[in-house]
Design a protein around this ligand. Structure first.
Ligand SMILES: [Zn+2]
Ligand SMILES: [Zn+2]
Length: 368
């Protein structure tokens, strides 16, 4: 039985990277090892001993790129968490769990109408859960949304951190896309942590064709082993050139040039331009990636195409067990996409991942 600690050990973001608007001078962000009190747990709360917490592009955005967190620093980042319940709500004690990256309030109109993934009162560890985040020894969370890992089939518990966010956001995106068996899919940014799961999950849900678009050759080759049928390397190509390549593939394979479901995962202007160029008759563009770029498009084409552009945010906790089952049944692969490191490497790991997106999701394991 894991013991209840007196204190929580944690890696706090004391301050994010800041840039002086006038001088352009950059003050580096600071991560510090701290000890914080274990809070009084409400009746429906639990304390989870963290097994692993994934390093997400979102964390790097908070730390390096001026994306503000809802709870102001100092706070601990990290929202892709797996672990074991050690205190609080009796019926959860001893259970191994995945903590959903976004936890809806369950009370508001959005929650009551099935749109809780975008609840405005939602709590996200490492952003809007006070000072608590996953890069810690323990974290207090509400028990209602926990996803129990009943039998992890010998896979280390820390690896399941990738289910929280990296693998579930794509599932929600597929639901938003109304993905049906036999659909044809394009994933722009198939090589990223979330993008590769969009490829795997849409294929697992019965997509007939998955075409992946990205720049990294090695990762594109890997995508072909995990559900992607055809890849387009977008290096040094504009949207037109990619569209030509896409159409000639469709022609060669006898695929329709209507009804494609296009997932844009990069959040970049280039990615969005490719997506909008590929969007055709009765097509759907699902915006999964976040970015601040302004991309131009003749909206009237949507009318002419009878097409949709929709956004998608996070994932309802209700879908977590479905995605967990997909991972345990081998419908999607986790092991080839996870690398674990000691949590004490957090500063180096952040710097490295910020410089070059890693081959695998890096999950940090507490070593306080
Ligand atoms: Zn994430
Ligand atoms: Zn709500």
């Amino acid at each position: 039985m894991a013991k209840i600690p007196d204190k929580i050990q944690t890696w706090q973001m004391v301050q994010p990277t800041t840039k002086n608007k006038e001088t352009g001078e950059v003050t580096p962000g600071k991560l510090e090892k701290k000890e914080i009190a274990v809070p009084e747990l409400a009746p429906d709360d639990v304390l989870v001993e963290v097994a692993g917490c994934g390093v997400c592009h979102t964390d790097l955005g908070y730390f390096y790129d001026g994306v503000p967190t809802v709870s102001k620093p100092p706070l601990t980042l990290g929202h892709e968490i797996s672990g074991t319940v050690v205190a609080g709500d009796e019926k959860w004690i001893g259970k191994e769990v995945i903590i959903p990256a976004v936890m809806p309030c369950r009370k508001c109109i959005l929650c009551k109408t099935g749109r809780g993934n975008r609840c405005l009162d939602q709590k996200m560890p490492g952003n809007s859960l006070g000072l608590y985040g996953g890069f810690s020894s323990h974290i207090p969370v509400p028990s209602i949304d926990l996803c129990e890992v009943k039998d992890r089939a010998g896979i280390p518990l820390s690896h399941f951190a990738v289910i929280a966010d990296a693998a579930t956001t794509p599932y929600q995106a597929a639901v938003r896309a109304d993905l049906k068996p036999g659909d044809n899919v394009v994933v722009i940014g198939i090589t990223g942590g979330v993008g590769q799961y969009v490829g795997q999950i849409t294929k697992a849900l019965g997509a007939k064709t998955v075409i992946g678009i990205a720049r990294n050759k090695e990762k594109l080759e890997r995508a072909l082993k995990f559900g992607t049928d055809f890849c387009i390397n977008s290096t040094d190509k504009d949207a037109r050139a990619i569209s030509t390549e896409f159409r000639s593939y469709c022609k060669e394979k006898g695929l329709p040039n209507t009804g494609w479901k296009i997932f844009e995962v990069t959040g970049t202007k280039t990615g969005q331009e490719i997506a909008l160029t590929l969007l055709g008759f009765v097509g759907k563009l699902i915006v999964v990636g976040f970015g601040l770029a302004k991309t131009e498009y003749a909206i009237g084409r949507l009318m002419a195409f009878d097409a949709d552009i929709i956004g998608t945010w996070g994932c309802l906790p209700e879908y977590y067990p479905i995605v967990l089952d997909m991972a345990l049944n081998g419908k999607i692969n986790m092991e080839e996409f996870v690398e674990t490191r000691p949590m004490s490497t957090i500063a180096e790991t952040f710097a490295e991942a910020h410089k070059v997106p890693p081959m695998k999701r890096i999950v940090l394991e507490p070593d306080f």
